[in-house]
Write a protein that binds this ligand. Sequence first.
Ligand SMILES: [Fe+2]
Length: 255
Amino acid sequence: MRIFAVSDLHVDYRENARWVSEISRVDFTDDVLILAGDISDSLERIERTIRSMAERFKKVLYVPGNHDLWVLRSKGVANSFDKFEKVRAAVEESGASLDTFHGRTTTIVPLLGWYDYTFGEPSAELRRRWMDYRACRWPAEMLERDVTEHFTGLNEPVPRPENPVVISFSHFMPRIDLMPTFAPQRARFLLPILGTELLEQQIRRIGSSIHIYGHSHVNRRAVRDGVVYINNAYGYPSEGYITAKRLLCVHEDAA
Ligand SMILES: [Fe+2]
């Protein structure tokens, strides 16, 4: 059983949706797929994508990204927490899971999150331009920090698996030193909204050997304090210079 990972499919782009539809229906039937968020803001597209992946893989594991919780175009959705519940129900109905998965020698732990400015304070320009500030809606008085604590709180109590290999995954970035120094200016401008140190604390308590993350769209593999961090975002069509645009096998379970 191989474990593959990809994030940020953004199937609203026709070429991205085509890539998903062309994934083999025979090559991955014994394998697990980690989908680390940002499929689409459309619930219907999220459902369709998950269903098509669930037909191809033995097991699909998912956490939502920020785009998945946009409510700007969602009818009958009170706020982004309500959208989260609807996404969770639709995803589980379509054949994926947001729960910890145990293979024979590998455990995979999904971690919910958001961003809380532990990586820096947002500039006035970022506040003006970052779409989440308009496309997400939170209950009155809730700040990003509260949203982050809410989602990371849902990960508690985090498991402490006994399997030899533990893989955790999140949409958001758990530590800022994962951003390469060659990162494009656009990505550096976005540092405050990339993630939260709360995720890093959970990863350490879980005892992860590998952590998969998305959101930055900068593909990379880096070792930090003994943990291998991998970003395999599919990204936007224009991001060919920072994304490999392929499924990545991150581990092979001994089963
Ligand atoms: Fe994304």
